[in-house]
Design a protein around this ligand. Structure first.
Ligand code: SAH
Length: 345
C-alpha cells in the first residue's frame, strides 16, 4: 500500500516540495488543496511535482462508497479505504453545527459485549490521514469549504479504540486542529475511550484540550467485567484517577458514557452508586439507551426507566443528559452498518 499524503503535516509537505526543487509557496497550495478534499490532479502544482508525489503517495485514501439519509436528517456513510477495507461514519445536524463521528480502526479488539464494531476483531489501525480523510470527504460532499465548514464538530466514536491507535490518533488531532487546514478547535472534538489508563495519562500531556470521554457503563469493577473485557486490566478507581489528572493538566471537565442495558446496569441502586462515585467531580454523564445489536442478546432499558435513572443522578447533583438516539432507522449502533455490509458482500 502506498503512503497516505494526508498523513503529512504542512511542514512535512514543505520539506517534500523543497526536495523536489519547487518554490515554497507550492507547499501552501498543496496543503490547502488537500484540506479542501481535492485530489492531486485538482491542485495547481507543477506536473513534475504531481508525478513525483503520485508515484509515492495515495492522494485519495478515503472514498465515500455509500450514503444513507435518515428521516431525522442524520447521514451515515460507508467509506472505502484504498486497500478495500470499509469503515463507517455519521453526520448529525444540531442547532450549533454538524457533528461527524469518525472511525479510528477497521474493527476493534476491545471486545465489549454490546458493541458491533468488535464482532470480528481488529483488522488494522487507520493512519492519521485516513481518519482526516473521512472528515474532508464529508465536508466536501456536503458542499463545505475551509471557510464555510459543513463539519464543525468531531467525535471519535466510530469503530475502533482511539487509544489503541495512539500515535496515529494524536497525529490526526494535530492535523485537524492545524491553522490553514480545516482547523476544527480541540474544544469541538470529543474522544471516547473504553478507559486505557496509561494512554489517558499520556494524552493529558499532549496539549490537545479536547473533551475526554470515557465509556463507563458500570459502577463496580465486577459488573464492568461482565460487559467490558478491558475492566480486567484497569479498575474504575484507576480510571477516575486518570480523569482527575486530565482535569489537572487541561482544565477540561471530562465526560462519562453510560449505556443503559436492561437488567444489567440501570436499577435504582446503580444510579445511586454512580452518583456517589462521581459526586464532586468535574464531570458530566451522557446516558444513552443501548442500541440493540442483533448479534448480541443485550436489550435497552425502557425510556421511562432511562428518565428515572437520569432523575436520580440529577437529584444528587450530578450533571447528566439522556442522549436521544439519532438515525436509528438507517443502521442503529456503532459498527452495525459495516457489519451488515460485510454480511451482504
Ligand atoms: N472505543 C471507544 C469509542 C467507541 S464507541 C470507546 O469504547 O469509548 C462510542 C461509544 O458507544 C462508547 O461509549 C461505546 O461503549 C458505545 N457503544 C458501543 N456499542 C453500543 C451500543 N450498542 N449501544 C449503545 N452504546 C454503544
Amino acid at each position: 500500500m502506498k503512503k497516505v499524503l494526508l498523513d503529512l503535516s504542512r511542514g512535512e509537505l514543505a520539506a517534500l516540495v523543497a526536495a523536489a526543487g519547487e518554490k515554497p509557496f507550492r507547499a501552501g497550495q498543496l496543503f490547502e488543496g488537500l484540506m479542501q478534499g481535492k485530489r492531486l490532479s485538482q491542485i495547481p502544482v507543477s506536473a513534475a511535482l504531481r508525478t513525483t508525489l503520485s508515484e509515492r503517495y495515495e492522494d485519495e485514501p478515503v472514498k465515500i462508497a455509500e450514503t444513507f439519509v435518515s428521516a431525522d436528517g442524520t447521514k451515515k456513510f460507508l467509506f472505502a479505504l484504498a486497500d478495500g477495507n470499509i469503515v463507517e461514519g455519521v453526520l448529525m445536524s444540531y442547532k450549533y453545527g454538524n457533528t461527524q463521528c469518525v472511525s479510528t480502526q477497521v474493527g476493534c479488539r476491545m471486545g465489549c459485549k454490546f458493541c458491533a464494531s468488535t464482532l470480528n476483531g481488529r483488522v488494522r489501525d487507520l493512519t492519521a490521514g485516513e481518519i482526516l480523510g473521512q472528515i474532508l470527504a464529508v465536508n466536501r460532499a456536503e458542499g463545505g469549504t475551509l471557510k464555510e465548514r459543513k463539519v464543525t464538530n468531531i467525535v471519535l466514536m466510530g469503530s475502533g479504540e482511539p487509544f489503541d491507535n495512539y500515535d496515529n490518533v494524536v497525529r490526526f488531532l494535530r492535523l485537524v486542529t492545524a491553522e490553514g487546514g480545516i482547523h476544527i478547535s480541540a474544544r469541538n472534538i470529543s474522544l471516547s475511550t473504553c478507559g486505557l489508563v496509561p494512554e489517558m495519562k499520556k494524552f493529558a500531556l499532549e496539549n490537545i484540550p479536547l473533551n475526554l470521554t470515557v465509556s463507563l457503563h458500570a459502577v463496580t469493577d465486577e459488573e464492568r467485567r461482565r460487559t467490558m473485557p478491558i475492566a480486567n486490566k484497569y479498575t474504575i478507581s484507576e480510571i477516575l484517577e486518570a480523569c482527575a489528572f486530565y482535569f489537572e493538566k487541561t482544565g477540561r471537565r471530562y465526560i462519562f458514557e453510560y449505556s443503559l442495558i436492561a437488567g444489567e446496569n440501570c436499577d435504582e441502586k446503580h444510579a445511586l452508586a454512580l452518583a456517589a462515585l462521581l459526586k464532586g467531580r468535574p464531570c458530566h454523564v451522557n446516558l444513552i439507551r443501548l442500541n440493540e445489536v442483533k448479534e448480541r442478546d443485550l436489550k435497552p432499558t425502557s425510556e421511562k426507566e432511562a428518565y428515572r435513572f437520569l432523575g436520580i443522578l440529577e437529584k444528587h447533583g450530578i450533571s447528566a443528559t439522556l442522549r436521544r438516539s439519532m438515525g436509528s432507522d438507517i443502521g442503529g449502533a456503532c459498527g452495525q452498518l459495516r457489519a451488515r455490509y460485510l454480511e451482504e458482500n
